[in-house]
Write a protein that binds this ligand. Structure first.
Ligand code: SAM
Length: 211
């Protein structure tokens, strides 16, 4: 008897057409779920950041991380990743011998996730993830900087880096280049490509351009 009822219900469900309101409800429900995820999981921490400077989370691919590390070969000392996401660049930089390695990330969920990854990898004390706005971080003592941000914010970041970084700093950008700078080395292809910029070379170029 119960089986019959279930079969009847299934048959009726299969026969039923969704119709305009059905589709509208599903679309609205999906939109609401995506919005809730955006606000609740991806957006916290960004309320004080102007909309034009908000960059969504997108993790670097394994090849991209490898290309970034290749460009950093031969360097040592401290390294910072601006917008560190789940912390993969910072963790890999630590494995490659950089110390201290620090990631600045506004999203508290990603900071927690990065700390969890570090703990799982057995390096909870060796890397540091700070929930801070990268635009407010003092970079005057940073010699190795990695970034993977949106092209729209790179011109502004370029100004900050050029003003604050010491001459012997190296900046490595993943996926999107600084269009007004000239890279000293480029590694990889397509979306995994990474660019290395010597601060000294950018300043010399800027001086020559000014005459
Ligand atoms: C494209 S993801 C890159 C993540 C990571 N660096 C990687 O390569 O996998 C950019 C990250 O920057 C973070 N972010 C964006 N604006 C920020 C800000 N003003 N301060 C700190 N982090 C920021 C985002 O939350 C996001 O996790």
């Amino acid at each position: 008897m119960e089986g019959d009822t279930a079969d009847e219900f299934l048959a009726e469900f299969k026969d039923r057409r969704l119709g305009f309101w059905g589709i509208a409800q599903i679309t609205a429900g999906t939109g609401l779920a995506v919005y809730a995820m955006w606000v609740g999981i991806l957006q916290p921490g960004f309320r004080r950041v102007p909309l034009r400077l908000q960059v969504p989370y997108l993790p670097a691919s394994k090849t991209q991380v490898r290309n970034v590390m290749t460009l950093l070969r031969g360097r040592k000392g401290a390294l910072v990743d601006l917008g560190s996401g789940d912390g993969r660049i910072v963790l890999e930089a630590h494995r490659q011998g950089f110390s201290p390695t620090i990631g600045y990330e506004l999203n508290p969920w990603l900071v927690r996730l990065a700390r969890y990854h570090a703990w799982r990898a057995g390096h909870p004390q060796d890397v540091s993830y700070r929930q801070e706005d990268l635009w407010k971080v003092d970079l005057t003592k940073c010699k190795n900087v990695t970034v993977f941000l949106a092209p729209s914010v790179l011109p502004l970041l370029q100004e900050k880096l050029q003003t604050e970084l010491p001459d012997d700093a190296l900046v490595v950008a993943g996926r999107f280049p600084f269009t007004e700078w000239t890279a000293c080395h480029v590694e990889g292809q397509g979306v995994d490509r990474a660019w290395a910029y010597s601060m000294q070379a950018q300043r010399l170029k800027a001086c020559k351009a000014q005459g």
